[in-house]
Design a protein around this ligand. Structure first.
Ligand code: ADP
Ligand code: MG
Length: 387
């Protein structure tokens, strides 16, 4: 065992109590916040997420048979047991689908994955749009990639976790979340081209500009497996097909005039969101490099308006969070993640942080919405071994 902090030490001793042996190691992978670039990933476009300082940690030990035993420190989950031999898409229940899906996807790639015992401890909020599911998958795949000696590159791990979510869990998600979790770095946002997985790590140091990035978890639960996400993907595919391009990535802002003559109203609005959002990601990267975080507020605001009006994936709670944050001092705010609930982000001067928090809590109470959870995030390291 290498370095241990107290949480790692607790995880190791809890693992030993549960499974009666020392883990082979402890790995962690972060959740992510998407700064900008929503629903552009599966359109082969650009995204700008970052790995956050909230992580899933797994203590894991390979076994000599094909049994998998899984336990989460998260309340209400008992020990789950399964067998890798009989695994097929759709098997497993609850959170066990994430580690099982990863093992299945690695096996599909020809990696010999034996059974394993695993203890999970995560402080990434569930279903808040911060990708707690990918934090689990990325921690597990990083561990298995190392312990099996598979040595797959980050780009391949990204595709394997996507395969796990798409084919095994049945959630039609893209490659953004796991790219941020696997490839993120401290103080950097991950500027990802989803067409070829090219990554540029872009400095994003809000703190140095006197800003904090607040996450406002609306507590409205979302699920990627639900119809809204799939129907938006279908609209994007229809748009690309009608416009005769491989993906909406290939449509520029200037092409929207002609697109308006070819697409029905709903499809046009869906397409317009993706096309303008791609452009906003490029602008954000440019503004961050030339002027710094204090100047990206208008792009965050425009992104939210586009998701609310054109892509129609916001909800009353997200809109209220964004509007209230802005009205009480945030320099820019938008919903983040897949939509239909989850979290909003608000880039806020440190001096206004408390004011924004208080105003949002007050506005939610006035509207008789469930009290939101509000916290700050900073760009942190991507998936790695801890011990
Ligand atoms: P998101 O990834 O945006 O948080 P998802 O619906 O994709 O939302 O994933 C949430 C699911 O991940 C939960 O329903 C649960 O199955 C699983 N999960 C996340 N964190 C934990 C945890 N600490 N323990 C057990 N399961 C977890
Ligand atoms: Mg998820």
């Amino acid at each position: 065992m290498r370095t241990t902090d107290s949480r790692t030490g607790m995880l190791t001793s809890r693992f030993e109590e549960t499974f009666g042996a020392t883990p082979d190691g402890v790995w962690q992978a972060p959740g992510r916040v998407n700064l900008i670039g929503e629903h552009t990933d599966y359109n082969e476009g650009f995204v700008l997420p970052f790995a956050i300082d909230k992580t899933a940690k797994v203590a894991l030990r390979l076994r000599s048979d094909s049994t998998v035993r899984l336990l989460s420190t998260f309340g209400g989950h008992g020990l789950v047991q399964d067998d890798l031999a009989g695994l097929e898409p759709g098997s497993g229940r609850g959170w066990s689908r994430y580690p099982l899906g990863v093992a299945w996807a690695l096996k599909e790639r020809g990696v010999q994955v034996p059974g394993f015992d695993l203890l999970l401890d995560s402080d990434v909020p569930l279903g808040a749009g911060l990708s707690s599911s990918h934090a689990i998958e990325c921690a597990v795949i990083t561990a298995l990639n190392e312990l099996t000696g598979a040595g797959l590159a980050a780009e391949e791990l990204v595709l394997a976790t996507q395969r796990a979510e798409n084919a095994f869990v049945g959630a039609p998600t893209g490659i953004m979340d796991q790219s941020a979790s696997l490839r993120g770095a401290k103080g950097r946002a991950v500027f990802l081209d989803c067409r070829d997985q090219h990554v540029d790590l872009v400095p994003f140091d809000a703190e140095a500009s006197g800003l904090v990035l607040l996450v406002i978890d609306t507590k409205v639960s979302h699920s990627h497996a639900d119809g809204g996400y799939a129907s938006r993907r279908a609209s994007c595919e229809l748009g690309a097909k009608t416009l005769g391009v491989k993906a909406l990535r290939d449509v520029g802002v200037a092409d929207l005039v002609e697109a308006a003559t070819l697409l029905d109203d709903t499809t046009l609005r869906r397409v317009r969101h993706v096309v303008t959002e791609n452009d906003r990601v490029l602008q954000t990267v440019d503004v961050l490099a030339r002027q710094g975080p204090a100047h990206i507020g208008r792009l965050l605001d425009a992104s939210h308006a586009s998701m609310r009006d054109d892509f129609e994936i916001s909800c009353a709670e997200l809109d209220l969070a964004v509007e209230t944050a802005r009205a009480s001092g945030a320099i820019g705010a938008r919903m983040t993640g897949g939509g239909f609930g989850g979290s909003a982000i608000a880039l806020t001067p440190v001096a206004q942080e408390q004011q924004v928090r208080d105003a949002v809590v007050h506005a939610f109470a006035q509207a008789a919405f469930t009290a939101p959870d509000i916290f700050t995030v900073t760009p942190a390291a991507g998936a790695r071994r801890l011990a």
